[in-house]
Design a protein around this ligand. Structure first.
Ligand SMILES: [Zn+2]
Length: 178
């Protein structure tokens, strides 16, 4: 897998990105972390491209081939599979406890870097609509997972500590993941 990530270039063809995401979605399905993936979903919110339904393990994808790569099927699907593994790691997340996959300042900063690289810069605002990724350990984990799956060499180069931590945690859930 690693040799497919062009040395020094992070422009992986969209088809190859989709293949990598499909592979990990199939693995997550076989191992019971994802129940099913529904494609061509039309979301009410036009800015949404994918959704993972916690508890029932369903993934919905609704991507547009005109979108920029971070919103295309491969990265979106890998991101949602990342949510599925995070859910399996911390089933009570957001309800009672606040699990923290990324603990150190380095891990958090590196995770944020990958998230911005894949999905665009964080929106800074003082209002109630603070960017959903800001401070969300789970969103950062989904982004780091997507990067690790889609562009493993870049992920490890840009975010070595965050990727190592994610590999340790998610690798315990599935021996075939990394
Ligand atoms: Zn997400």
């Amino acid at each position: 897998m690693m040799e497919l990530d062009f040395p020094f270039v992070d422009t992986i063809p969209i088809d190859e990105q989709r293949r990598r995401a499909n592979r990990v979605a199939e693995l997550a399905t076989e191992e019971g972390y994802v129940d099913s993936v529904t494609r061509d979903v039309t979301f009410e919110d036009e800015t949404v491209r994918g959704k993972y339904w916690r508890g029932v393990n369903l993934i919905e994808i609704g991507t547009d081939s005109d979108d920029f790569p971070g919103f295309r099927t491969g990265i979106v699907l890998a991101h949602e599979v990342g949510h599925a593994f995070y859910d399996a790691w911390s089933p009570d997340s957001g309800i009672e406890e606040q699990p923290r996959l990324f603990r150190t300042a380095d891990e958090k900063e590196q995770a944020r870097r990958l998230s911005e690289r894949l999905h665009g810069p964080m929106i800074e605002t003082n209002g109630p609509f603070v960017d959903y990724r800001k401070g969300s350990d789970e969103e950062l984990a989904a982004a780091v997972f997507a990067s690790r799956i889609i562009e493993p060499m870049a992920a490890q180069r840009i975010a070595p500590d965050a990727v190592r931590r994610l590999e340790n945690i998610f690798g315990d859930l599935s021996k075939n993941l990394f």
